[in-house]
Design a protein around this ligand. Sequence first.
Ligand code: NAG
Ligand code: NAG
Ligand code: NAG
Length: 426
Amino acid sequence: AGGEEETETSLPAPMFSRNTISVFSILKKCIGQELSKITMPIVFNEPLSFLQRITEYMEHTYLINRACSLSDSTERMQAVAAFAVSAVASQWERTGKPFNPLLGETYELIREEQGFRLVSEQVSHHPPVSAFHAESLVGDFVFHGSIYPKLKFWGKSVEAEPKGTITLELLKHNETYTWTNPTCCVHNIILGKLWIEQYGTVEILNHSTGDKCVLNFKPCGMFGKELHTVEGYIQDKSKKKLCVIYGKWTECMWSVDPQVYESQKKSEKKGDVHFDRNKPEVDRAVNDDADDMPDVQETVSVVPGSTLLWRIDPRPAHSSTMYNFTNFAMSLNELEPGMEGILAPTDCRFRPDIKAMENGNMDEASQEKERLEEKQRAARKERAKSNQEWSTRWFQSGTNPYTGSQDWIYSGGYFNRNYRNLPDIY
Ligand SMILES: *[C@@H]1O[C@H](CO)[C@@H](O)[C@H](O)[C@H]1NC(C)=O
Ligand SMILES: *[C@@H]1O[C@H](CO)[C@@H](O)[C@H](O)[C@H]1NC(C)=O
Ligand SMILES: *[C@@H]1O[C@H](CO)[C@@H](O)[C@H](O)[C@H]1NC(C)=O
């Protein structure tokens, strides 16, 4: 599995047009509620499970490898910060909803050329919780977490708050970093053009010292000046700013000396008008018009003396007819010859609804999705009848040793490939 072979960079079929479907009637009744119980037409999905969407964090694993190789601790933190931003960059223009994983569903990915392997499992259905564990193939790092996406419908937009801690351990440096992803918002779900915004403060903590990196994903604000902007700094334990980090999560991230940055900003500010950029989402939901994406140039103005930390890879040419997937995303359903006999039978790649959608068979996808959900409900009823508890297979509920928060910890053994007694979920 994985290996050096060329990975798939195209899907079997382009996506189905959504233009003819009105969601208004479905969503009108649900303002302010959690979305997890509302059934949306499958045409709003993308042919990936949420477990695969999480795996996209690994697209820029080279940044973790870079962090491992650096001897300067501030430079390591810079690489980790760039990784944390790059991990959410694949969300850009991805308005398709991933499939909700079924309880017990798993996903694995081995990438020898990027030097990691990953396993994930859907460990809870209500509330939905996805746990993942990735490790370096040469023992340099471990990267793990559990994500509880909390969805809120705000009339014109859907907000996904990714609750749950992400932990990165750089083993040779004895360093552990933890953070939580920013909130992701999809605008204009009823009318107008769909677009994506991410906002919130991401704090990356170095648990060996208490030093931290604070990254502010800015809301675009009324005039859109700050659309996609990320700005922050790294400070040591005495709160001294060591460097400023800035850029756009859709484009690139830079670091620069704090004094250089401040003096640049001061000279730019002269003549600038002040306005409130932190207008909350709820306010925007009151009128009926679409909230159009502000028309701004997608470029970061680089402060002289800055160092480039990360730049996004261009999407493939056919991306726009394929759910705006990156090359990495396009490869996630790939079943290489020989893999079928090796993978756990619970792997997302065997989900018939996702496969049908990927092949462009929307009716089949919709029927299969319904069938799987019904099968899951029936299995739950059976367990309730016989007083059986669901037991997770590869992860155990526990406490994150660094943050003290509730987390799911990998119990090991997945890659021994003993897949007897796995539940029949498809
Ligand atoms: C993180 O913690 C390590 C281990 O104590 C320390 O050597 C390093 O200076 C810290 N680095 C940063 C950037 O916080
Ligand atoms: C892909 O991006 C384009 C350009 O922004 C956008 O119009 C379209 O709705 C996006 N498609 C999906 C499936 O998110
Ligand atoms: C890492 O921590 C362990 C246990 O605290 C210690 O034995 C080891 O010497 C440390 N290694 C480094 C490189 O600091």
